[in-house]
Design a protein around this ligand. Structure first.
Ligand code: GLC
Length: 428
């Protein structure tokens, strides 16, 4: 059984391989996505290390001149996806979207580098390091211009957690009068009940049009963009990625870079506290335009462990939420609080379980000495895949597979968890 799943997972990554980069799934997502590639690399690393490096090299090669690494890279045109490159109007080469995504890639690179022979990794890492440094610098300046130590997203898609209830109120402020007619393609691939609604899509587009009409200028976006929210997920993943980048800087003997990165880490460790919601007793996103906190808890609050934030008594409070969620929804970790009125166990990011998030949450729990909880999260991820297959995400109540099928990050997470080391070796 496990052997079959290992072989299937390898087959999915091979099938989704477009020669140097991997699509998340064919049809629904026909391009390269930023954090998806980081997970794909972790999967490839279990059977084809060279291909794992290439995944990340291709991603970073799309970096903009200001340091931003885009969230979608349109390596080839595909009429099955909307909004395509003509809608974004970024004028980038290769064509790309104009937002970034959480830098899991840096953490994946560290894992890749440290798990392989030095001679293989060092030249490749050395070539990528300056670009990674510039990407992190961009995130710390363009997305935190006031040096608060918390990182804003300029579009829900920049968080990677597109349709969270957190974005509902900030999105309600967005003027959609200029959006006009358009033709969505996503609902031709998966059930409409799983996807964002039209009202959300109108706003997604209005936010893109604002940035496009302002030439994708980061300063204008930060000052006047219609959506500007400090995100727990982005902040936590960047803080963890900064620690990994620091370790890489030290391995490569880059003291000036190490000093700069240490400054970012210090600022983020202090800044993270700004995201604490005293009433909900959890880290929640903060609308930087209105000063309003999100009124619900998302799975990103559990990334505080992954970020390595000093938690003190708060660790117990976060565990309490986790236990409560498990009690309410059958599978952990739901992307949104099952006790909240906006919870929806199958709709995009509003309550289902996402294997990529589970992977990060579990690594953070394991690293911070909560191995029992990490094992439980990993156990749920495995059970969902064993029962339902390699779906994009899963219903947190029933375990049913949702969204796209034969999904790269699900296959990659399965392999990276090493469900069966022996079987994996024999597939390789
Ligand atoms: C959706 C997800 C995002 C992911 C992308 C490709 O937009 O919300 O996290 O990167 O699909 O899989």
């Amino acid at each position: 059984m496990t052997m079959d799943l290992d072989a299937q997972a390898v087959g999915i990554l091979r099938d989704n391989d477009r020669g140097g980069y991997t699509v998340p799934t064919s049809g629904l997502y026909p391009y390269q996505w930023n954090w998806d590639s980081a997970f794909a690399a972790l999967g490839f690393a279990t059977f084809d290390r060279d291909r794992a490096w290439r995944e990340l090299e291709d991603l970073i090669s799309a970096q903009w001149s200001d340091g931003m690494v885009p969230h979608i890279i349109f390596w080839q045109s595909d009429p099955g996806y909307f909004p395509g490159p003509e809608v974004w109007g970024t004028k980038a080469a290769p064509p790309s979207s104009g937002y970034s995504q959480p830098p899991v890639a840096t953490t994946a690179l560290r894992w890749l580098f440290e798990s392989g022979p030095q001679a293989e990794g060092e030249p490749r890492l050395r070539a990528l390091f300056p670009q990674l440094l510039r990407w992190h610098r961009w995130l710390h300046t363009a997305r935190d211009p006031d040096r608060l130590g918390i990182i804003a997203i300029a579009h829900p898609w920049e968080s990677g957690r597109d349709n969270l209830p957190d974005w509902d109120l900030p999105m309600a402020q967005v003027d959609i009068s200029g959006v006009g007619e358009y033709h969505r393609r996503d609902t031709a691939h998966v059930e409409a009940a799983m996807r964002p609604q039209k009202a959300d899509y109108d706003r997604y587009l209005a936010i893109i049009y604002f940035a496009r009409d302002h030439g994708w200028d980061a300063e204008t976006i930060a000052k006047q963009g219609p959506f500007w929210v400090a995100d727990v997920g982005m902040t936590a993943i960047l803080l963890r990625a900064d620690r990994d980048l620091l370790a890489l800087a030290q391995s490569l003997g880059e003291p000036a870079a190490a000093a700069e990165i240490s400054g970012w880490i210090e600022r983020a460790e202090a800044g993270f506290d700004r995201l604490w919601h005293p009433d909900l007793q959890a880290y929640c996103s903060l609308d930087l335009r209105t000063g309003r906190r999100a009124d619900g808890i998302t799975s990103a609050t559990m990334l505080a462990f992954y970020a390595g934030v000093p938690l003190g008594d708060r660790a117990g409070l976060l565990h309490g939420h986790l236990e409560r969620w498990w009690h309410k929804a059958r599978y952990g970790v739901p992307s949104f609080d099952p006790d909240h009125r906006a919870f929806d166990s199958i709709r995009y990011w509003r309550g289902p379980v996402w294997p990529n998030m589970n992977f990060l949450i579990a690594r953070g729990l394991a690293d911070s000495g909560h191995g029992d909880l990490a094992a439980r999260v990993d156990g749920d991820t495995r059970a969902l895949i064993e029962t339902s297959g390699f779906f994009e995400y899963f219903c947190s109540r029933t375990g049913r597979g949702c969204g796209g099928t034969d999904f790269s990050w699900t296959a990659a997470v399965w392999l990276a968890l090493g469900a069966s080391g022996d079987a994996r070796r024999s597939v390789a």
